[in-house]
Design a binder for this molecule. Structure first.
Ligand SMILES: Nc1ncnc2c1ncn2[C@@H]1O[C@H](COP(=O)(O)OP(=O)(O)OP(=O)(O)O)[C@@H](O)[C@H]1O
Ligand SMILES: [Mg+2]
Length: 256
């Protein structure tokens, strides 16, 4: 059984068909890519699977649980973590607070624990802090744990966003253009981090990217989306050599 399975998913925004008959099967530990021109429907697919929009048609299953009709925070706690195309961070919190806050859904000490400071509460909070610090270290931002997010350079903010997504211990991590706007050095760091998340945590990853180098080097299998439809699915080599993909997308993209 696939970890994440999407069957015949279609979505309309009013009269615009943004996604048509979309199918996906992600296996545990797989790194998958989704590419395609601007407006093809890539972010919409992420928003449909993560519960921000409800699909007009189709079924979404995560590890045997149906996701249709569930709220985004429920889907997040069931095991889909994500970062956003336009970063969403609480910019006035510290880096560490940020990542710890993402873990609150994991805490089970209850209201009495919160008021009376039970041993369980202290133990869980200490554990949360330890996990948060470990993730910040993995993302290379542990030295700035006490800084306000707003004051960090762009690349570091992106890595905090990723640590936050990982803090919920997802089964699959969705990354929407994680290298957008990055300089070449930040780009390489981000690629290393994605490799590490896959290698050390064995996590399945679903990646939207316009930078071909990132997709081709990191993904085992790639889908190409054009006008809401998958026109090709295959290995990086198959996708790079597919005439339909070259014609509809790659030929027009600056390969970097
Ligand atoms: N909330 C919305 N309401 C109406 N139309 C929308 C909405 N969100 C997206 N669309 C439209 O759906 C289509 C797909 O948009 P989407 O953002 O999914 O594209 P994308 O592939 O992520 O593009 P990009 O590479 O530019 O991020 C576009 O035509 C877009 O204008
Ligand atoms: Mg998008």
């Amino acid at each position: 059984m696939s970890l994440l399975r999407v069957e015949k998913m279609t979505h309309y925004f009013g009269g615009l068909r943004a996604v048509h008959n979309y199918e996906l099967a992600i296996e545990p530990g797989q790194v998958r890519g989704l590419i395609g021109p601007n407006g093809a429907g890539k972010t919409t697919i992420f928003n449909l699977i993560t519960g921000i929009y409800q699909p007009t048609e189709g079924k979404i299953m995560l590890d045997g649980t149906e996701l249709n009709g569930r709220a985004p925070h429920v889907i997040a706690s069931l095991g889909i973590g994500r970062t956003f195309q336009n970063m969403l961070l609480w910019r006035h919190m510290t880096v560490l607070e940020h990542v710890k806050m993402a873990r609150y859904s994991k805490l089970t000490y209850g209201l009495a624990g919160a008021f009376f400071g039970t041993a369980r509460r202290y133990q869980q909070e200490a554990e949360s802090e330890e996990i948060a610090l470990r993730l910040l270290k993995m993302m290379g931002v542990e030295q700035v744990a006490d800084q306000i997010v707003l004051n960090l350079p762009y690349g570091a903010q992106r890595r905090v966003e990723m640590a936050r997504a990982l803090a919920m211990e997802p089964k699959v991590l969705f990354l929407d253009e994680p290298t957008a706007g990055m300089n070449p050095e930040e780009l390489l760091q981000m690629m290393d981090i994605i490799r590490q998340i896959h290698g050390e945590l064995g996590m399945a990853i679903f990646l939207i990217e316009h930078r071909m180098r990132v997709v081709m080097e990191l993904c085992q299998k790639i889908q190409t989306l054009v006008f809401g439809e998958v026109i090709a699915e295959g290995t990086p080599e198959e996708i790079q050599n597919n005439p339909k993909v070259i014609d509809a997308y790659l030929g027009k993209e600056v390969v970097q």
